[in-house]
Design a protein around this ligand. Sequence first.
Ligand code: S3P
Ligand code: PEP
Length: 440
Amino acid sequence: MTEASVHPALWPAPLATKAVEATVTVPGSKSVTNRALVLAALAAEPGWLRRPLRSRDTLLMAQALRALGVGIEEGVGRHGEGETWRVIPAGLHGPATVDVGNAGTVMRFLPPVATLADGPVRFDGDPRSYERPLHGVIDALRALGARIDDDGRGAFPLTVHGGGALDGGPVEIDASSSSQFVSALLLSAPRFNQGVEVRHIGGTLPSMPHIRMTVDMLRAVGAQVDEPETGGEPNVWRVSPSAVLGRDITIEPDLSNAQPFLAAALITGGRVTIPDWPEHTTQPGDALRAIFTDMGGSYELSEAGLTFTGTGRVHGIDVDLGDVGELTPVIAAVAALADSPSTLRGVAHLRLHETDRLAALTKEINELGGDVTETEDGLHIRPRPLRGGVFHTYDDHRMATAGSVIGLAVEGVEIENVATTAKTLPDFPRMWSTMLGAES
Ligand SMILES: O=C(O)C1=C[C@@H](OP(=O)(O)O)[C@@H](O)[C@H](O)C1
Ligand SMILES: C=C(OP(=O)(O)O)C(=O)O
């Protein structure tokens, strides 16, 4: 248990007393930042990340790459000191230790990188990292020629005995518990001797937009990728061996972290603008435009960014969130405040996220007087009048933001350990209060 969960601070979630009217600048995407760091570390020349996210997950990634010998320097960007990272690749060295925290991207994306180091790399992390699925990455790396010690458990702590290179080649995996298995193998694959051919052989693959993000970012650094969506075989991804180019990349705002702010507009009948909303993106958060419109709002994408407007009336929704699972907690919170029931489907794999999100949402919303039941692959949510109380967060950043959304409409909601939002959005409490202070 972390210190924060032994002494959980309670944060009184602010109530919205009127329609929220605000412009909220959201920091960079976790998923894009951590992919960009890995690709820059594997490149043949230095690269830049502009407006990277600085949060627990991305700082853990940067710290791990530095431990392997990669230079990551603070640079002066267009937006002032400290807003860029210059990444200077180097030979990857062991021995090294990597703390994965509870970051799925760090725990899955870095073992393949470690196979390229010239010595042992020991991985450890938060207690929850021991429970999150990893076998797809570890078994695949072994099949591709890596030596990994894990006491036979297929979980952390473990040591990847980097041999300076990896054969690579064809491999079958079951990635139905996490798309990150596929992304992990593809990201390092240009540097494997034979590249990689990953064949997914399990049930439904979640989070397809995140795999698309991996493919697009690989292509942007010069990799050749064959994949199902551009005419390749279904469920098969191939990356050819090649040099990785150093690039200058500006990180998009994290659209999944924009979600609670958009939800505030929807629930209060207000208007929230998120500047720099990308016109085209692989981020799953882009699906919020359609989902929150179905739930009763409307949006406009303009030079100013994405402006989302609510009417104060929120409708229930029946939706498959398999592609966009990380949006589920805040959608569940909004659904609990709607005028009709909701069914959220396709997200059984959320039981293995930061916490068991289906169980946690059910318990916490019901403890405020709600009526939520778990299904095999999601949630049924029947809105009822809610009351105040403690909203437990289980070291899950998205539970904290979900509870805060309910707190906008329900007096007396207290969020346990709101600091857990530091995983991807360290400034959340201040941003939330500022948004409400900007009410008109
Ligand atoms: O590759 C990524 O950056 C992510 C993929 C998804 O993981 P799962 O496929 O495990 O849900 C998502 O939920 C996570 O927040 C980020
Ligand atoms: C599932 C999530 O994170 P992770 O990258 O740790 O899997 C998330 O951010 O919702």
